[in-house]
Design a protein around this ligand. Structure first.
Ligand code: ADP
Ligand code: MG
Length: 262
């Protein structure tokens, strides 16, 4: 059975897509079967996986409107070793169209049932808002991974998201939990970041992942080559951190014994 995670944060530019793409590639590197779902009309996770969003015959849009199944719509990522259910601008329209449909929160959940045995992990890259698309993600997932920068207002933003997770858990999806907070774009030389990082650990305890993703320009360069950073420059600090994070995720799901396979 696949473990299904949303990578979510209602703020834009915090590292959701970078986390989704590199965690997908990192998990594939350690032998996991991975499906990446791009739930953001910007299609950055699609492009960052080496797939041209403008040339996709079928996308998540078709899946949400039930005119295609996930197996019909998936593509192979160029070099990442995982599958991609891509997105493009068309998806922006789905939000409006979904409102009029029945079971509008559960469209993705139902579609995922078909591929439950085909993957170990399904990672959903959410848009930077708590809209109907994100809700479809949250209603289909076992948990949420929250990438965040250690900035002054970060804690406030996270508590809004944690409240949303609690509400979805209470009303729509009993499986949903906060898996953890991932510190990204981290620079320990900045005193404020180290301070916020400590605050996070004091507040959220073991919900803060051990792995920390450093600020690393190779991670930012990789998407323009259509590759995950983990593949583009495997020895860069950012890539090493994401493979470490993938191992941390496998260890928490399957026990430490399987986490070292490479
Ligand atoms: P989101 O999906 O939350 O909008 P992105 O993953 O697209 O955020 O990241 C925003 C920007 O920051 C992108 O230009 C990305 O390349 C860059 N970025 C993300 N993570 C890192 C990192 N660890 N080091 C350097 N740049 C990063
Ligand atoms: Mg994004």
């Amino acid at each position: 059975m696949a473990r299904i995670y949303c990578i979510a944060n209602q703020k834009g530019g915090v590292g959701k897509t970078t986390t989704t793409v590199n965690l997908a590639a990192g998990l594939a590197l350690v032998g996991q079967r991975v499906l990446l779902i791009d739930l953001d009309p910007q299609g950055n996770a699609t492009m960052g996986s080496g797939i041209n969003k403008r040339e996709l015959p079928l996308t998540i849009y078709d899946v949400l409107l039930e005119s295609a199944t996930i197996p019909e719509a998936v593509q192979k990522s160029g070099s990442g070793g995982y599958d991609v259910l891509g997105a493009n601008r068309e998806l922006a329209g789905a939000e409006v169209e979904l409102v009029a449909l029945e079971r509008r929160n559960e469209r993705l959940r139902r579609a995922l049932k078909v591929v439950d045995g085909d993957y170990d992990f399904v990672l959903i890259d959410c848009p930077p808002s708590l809209n109907l698309l994100t809700l479809n993600g949250l209603c289909s997932a076992h948990g949420v991974i929250v990438p965040m920068q250690c900035e002054y207002f970060a804690l406030e933003g996270v508590s809004d998201l944690v409240n949303t997770i609690k509400q979805v858990h209470a009303n729509l999806n009993r499986d949903l939990e906060l898996i953890g907070l991932l510190r990204v774009m981290y620079d320990p030389r900045i005193t404020l970041q180290a301070h916020v990082s400590e605050q996070l650990k004091a507040h959220f305890g073991d919900k803060v992942f051990n792995t920390v993703i450093p600020r690393n320009v190779r991670l930012a360069e990789a998407p323009s080559y259509g590759q995950p950073g983990v593949v583009f420059d495997p020895t860069s600090r950012g890539a090493v951190a994401f493979v470490e994070f993938a191992q941390e995720m496998v260890a928490r799901e399957k026990g430490p014994a399987l986490a070292d396979i490479r």
